[in-house]
Structures are given as structure tokens and as C-alpha cells.
Design a protein around this ligand. Sequence first.
Ligand code: PLP
Length: 372
Amino acid sequence: MHKLTKVLKHRVDTTNADPVVTPIYQNSAFSASSPFFYTRKNNPNVEELEDIFCALDESAHAICCSTGMAAISNTLLLLKPGDHLVINQLIYGCSYVLFERFCAQYQIKLSVLDLSSKEGIEAIPVDVSMVLFETPTNPFVRSIDIANVSAKAKAYNPNALVVVDNTWATPLFQQPLLHGADIALYSATKYFSGHSDVMGGVLTTNSDALAQHLRDARFYHGAILDPNSAWLLRRSMQTFELRMKAQGEATRIVRDWLAQQKGVEEVFYPTIDGVQLTGYATLLFFTLEAHLSEKYDAFIAVLNLFDTGTGMACVTSMVARPYTGSHASMNDTQKAQMGLTKQLVRLSIGLEQVEDLLSDLGRAFEMIQTNE
Ligand code: PLP
């Protein structure tokens, strides 16, 4: 036997190594005696992470995907030609584009409603197959009553599916399945990761049949989370609650400060009703007064502590303009329908000292209002 053949065939028996953290199972294949089959189907790191999300959402099943968009795509695969998808008007830009393209390509009807209003819920069509929305919404953090939407949709069609993108509330502050949703979905890239260094998506459900469909979709379409990302996400989840609470407290301080700030027209923070939404973390929106909106670039140029970019909900503070950032993929008419203008600024508050963040923001406001 070639000297390499023998040594490469040998596998270290790790059963007595007893590591305090689950190692990364980087293998794609498992031997026939393993309860696992192939990493595209499932993997110990992914399964370990799924147990964490089941516990958090008090759900029977959690299905981890490679990104938040992969989780959304997996959900869309529950639809068939002739079905009717209803979405809320305020929604992440890429989700909107995906829904438009997917529905046009597969002959699925698409209705875009304002589900944060009574009239919007009343307008849910009788042939509804799936309602999908974020609450609180991005942008403007408006709340949608999950129980009311679910009651209306299921009164028309008991098989209608209610899917809540719970990325912004997280299971710590809102559990959609307890309020009548069939599926909760998450971009794990945001709060669960918390460090802008890993991408992922999660779906939770209590339905065995839905879980089977979603797992099959993930397997055949190849959308599973990779073991490295699952391992990193598990590590991040150990500080999840601490981060959420600390960042939430800092966000409330920044919100109150902004509300007093000259140059700010309006601050957007969700209503914590204590029933559906029991708390909130870091995503904050405000509008610059109209005469200052052209000075956005100068405003962010002065900021030292806020990173610019598409990341959010991480331990470093971020600033962005949804008009040209998260919603850039939407056209001007769609943006106008959402009420999205260049005045809107999004902040994501991190773990820096909040006094430092306020003085950074203070300097930027002062600068854009000098020599007016
Ligand atoms: N859902 C919401 C609310 C988001 O904001 C995003 C991305 O920003 C996504 C889903 C997509 O997640 P990902 O970027 O992990 O694919």
C-alpha cells in the first residue's frame, strides 16, 4: 500500500477528545452508519444551531438556510401557479424585487397592501394563499397585527399561510408563531450574527408538514447553511440576549436625543405594545429636515463612529440611507408609494459608549447646519 493511502485512510477517533465546544464538521459526506447523510441535507453544526432557534421561538422545527434571502426563497417554493401572494408595502427592497420577479415568472398573483392599517387588512383578497410581511417594518418600523392578519386570511382560506419576517424584533421580543403565524423567518445575518461577519437565514414553524416541505426545498435547491457559518452563529448566539438588551438601551438614549435635535423632522421607533412586541433593539430611523436632505453625504462624512454600508444590527454602529441603500433595487414609483424619500436616515446602534455616539452625531448635525 502506498504510504499516503494508509495514512489518509486513517481517521482520528475523536470520541474521547471531549471538546467544550462542538467542533466544526467540515465534511460533506457521512459514512453509512451515521445518522447524518450529506451536508446539503443536514450537518451536526446546523442541527445544533437549529435547536437554539427552536428554543428561542418555542417552535417544533427550525430550518437554517445559507442567507435570509435563501430562507425567503424556500418559503416561496410553497406556492404554485394560480396562487395569490399578499405582501406588505413596506418591505426589504430585495424581498420586494424577488416577489415581483418570482410571481411574474410562475403565474402567481401578487397584491401589495398596507397591512399596518385596518383598511389594508380588510383588503386581503378572498383567494389569498400566503401573506408575507415584516413587523416592525423596514423602513418606518410600523407594526402589523399578526393575529388580525392571520384571522382574516384564514377566514377566507383555512390553508392560507401567514409568514412573518421577524428579523427586526427577533424571538426575544416577538414570537410570531404564538400570534397565529405559520412560519417565522429571519435574516440571521443581522442580530443573530451581530458582528457583520457571517450570513444565514432561519425558518421556524410548528407544522410538521410545512417543516418537511421547507427541508425538502432546502435540500433540493441547495440552500443549507454551511458548517462554518453555523458554528460562528452558534458562538454569536451566546451573547445574543446581552447584545440585544445593551444595544436596545443605547438606542432609546439616541432616540430621545434625536427627538430634541435641531434639523431632525421626525424620529421613527416602534410601539412596544407589550403583547405582540415586548421590546426592541437597535434599528432607528429619522428624517432630516427637507432643506438638509441634500447634505446627507456631508453628514456621514463627519461621522467617525458610524460605519456606512448595508450591514445592520451588529456591535458596531452603522448609518445608511434606505433610498440609495437597502431599497436601491426598487424604482422611484415604488419608493414613492412607500413614502421613501432621500430625507430618511437609518441608524443601527452598536455597543460603543453611547456618549461617544451622541457627540459624533452632534458634530455632524452642527456641521450641516453651519453657514446655512
Ligand atoms: N429580511 C430582512 C428584513 C432584511 O432586512 C434582509 C436583509 O437586509 C433580509 C431578509 C435578507 O437577509 P440576507 O441579507 O441575510 O439574505
